[in-house]
Design a protein around this ligand. Structure first.
Ligand SMILES: [Zn+2]
Ligand SMILES: [Zn+2]
Length: 401
């Protein structure tokens, strides 16, 4: 506790260099080290997801003897939440009671969202502001987070993606197959097909919802005898979840082995689920936006090529010309305004169906409320039967998992 107290006091200093300089004198634990300041809170799902990933990276770096330390800067709501959350962390923390220190760090590093990891080099110089993304993408390899190191990793990553094949993605030195509900299926049998890599888990409600939709798309494409396949990649927290999750799926899966799935999560920089990544017949990645495309276009998104996506987008733009500029949706108390990706829109989570969307949307800027055009239910259009009843001032509690 003494080191932690010293640490937080010193971090309170005005200048980034001083943080380091004084720590060197007072806290042996951080001497000569690269420091990550971890801004996080236990009530936010993206933080809950990221903390174990960061902890794993931290533990591996410690085992390797890396000169690295992390300091948790909490946005928790009360002391008991802080205590509970901090128990899952193997690093240092600014004490919960030191509001002034938290405030000054948040302001100094211009933290606008959590989770956020700020990396300071052993000389006290701020070197990275996107430590979360770097940790997801590169894990322990990101250390010591210098610009040279990250540039090398990015080059390596680019080269890997350019030479990627379905086999290089899905096989290991000891396994050249995936599995169906009944048997092993050689990966070589899928070469030349369009393949969806579906990252999903039992603990994620949006995944269950999307799995149903994807299963119907899969079924329809199979009926048309399209060369399409899906492989489930589990993000489950144990084998039981994996078995139950895969049990409800009509397609193939990677066998339950944590490492391949984790490698692929990192390789594709997957930060939320459900995620559907589409691999083309040549083994190269066609798009990481499979989930959006399926939500928007169902099986017409197939074969997910750029040309097809462009064509679908143009068709949507054409359709949108007939949409009213604003509407009164039964699920929201304010009028909603039509926006496109080019006019204030962008990727969003629909507050009506909880699915992702992009492109055209109806939006209430004041509330951040946003829905798909297809999810609009005009006030007065239907009788207020029970199935159409909504709470009039429904506030949107959507978040990306
Ligand atoms: Zn919707
Ligand atoms: Zn509103």
């Amino acid at each position: 506790m003494k080191i932690k107290e010293t640490l937080h006091r010193e971090i309170e200093g005005d200048d980034i260099r001083r943080i380091w300089g004084n720590l060197q004198v007072n806290a042996k634990d951080v001497e000569g080290k690269t420091i990550g300041l971890y801004f996080s809170a236990n009530w936010y799902p993206q933080c809950q997801n990221f903390t174990p990933v960061l902890a794993n990276t931290y533990k591996q770096l410690k085992e390797q003897g890396a000169n690295f330390e992390i300091v948790f800067v909490s946005s928790d709501e009360d002391l008991s939440s802080f205590d509970e959350y901090y128990r899952t962390m193997p690093w240092l923390a600014v004490p919960f009671s030191d509001l002034q220190c938290k405030k000054s760090l948040t302001e100094r590093f211009q933290i606008e969202g959590i989770p956020s990891v700020i990396i300071i080099d052993p000389f006290g110089k701020l070197i990275q502001t996107d430590g979360v993304d770097l940790t997801y993408r590169f894990g322990v390899k990101a250390f010591p987070f210098t610009h040279e190191r990250i540039a090398d990793l990015e080059d390596e990553e680019k080269a890997n993606h350019e030479t990627q094949t379905l086999e290089s993605l899905l096989s290991t030195h000891s396994r050249d197959y995936v599995i169906s509900q009944k048997e092993q299926v050689p990966i070589s049998q899928m070469v030349g097909k369009t393949v969806g890599l579906y990252f999903s888990a039992l603990w994620c409600p949006p995944c269950q919802k999307f799995t149903e939709k994807l299963a119907s798309v899969y079924h329809n494409l199979k009926e048309k005898k399209e060369d399409f396949e899906i492989v489930f990649i589990s993000v489950d927290r144990g084998e039981e979840g994996y078995i139950e999750c895969f049990g409800a799926m009509p397609w193939l899966a990677l066998p339950y082995e944590e490492e391949t799935g984790k490698t692929l999560l990192k390789y594709f920089n997957v930060q939320g689920i459900p995620t559907l990544i589409i691999i083309g017949p040549d083994g190269k990645t066609l798009t990481q936006e499979g989930r959006n495309l399926v939500n928007l276009h169902l099986e017409t998104a197939y074969p997910f090529t750029q040309a097809k996506i462009l064509w679908l987008q143009e068709r949507l733009d054409e359709e949108a010309k007939s949409y009213p500029k604003s509407c009164n949706h039964i699920g929201h108390r304010h009028a909603l305004i039509l926006v496109s990706a080019n006019s204030g829109g962008g990727p969003f989570i629909c507050c009506e169906c909880d699915e992702q969307g992009w492109g055209w949307a109806y939006q209430c800027i004041e509330c951040g409320y946003e829905i798909h055009p297809k999810c609009v239910c005009e006030v007065g259009k239907y009788d207020l039967k029970e199935e159409h009843m909504r709470i009039s001032d429904h506030s949107c509690a959507c978040s990306n998992v």
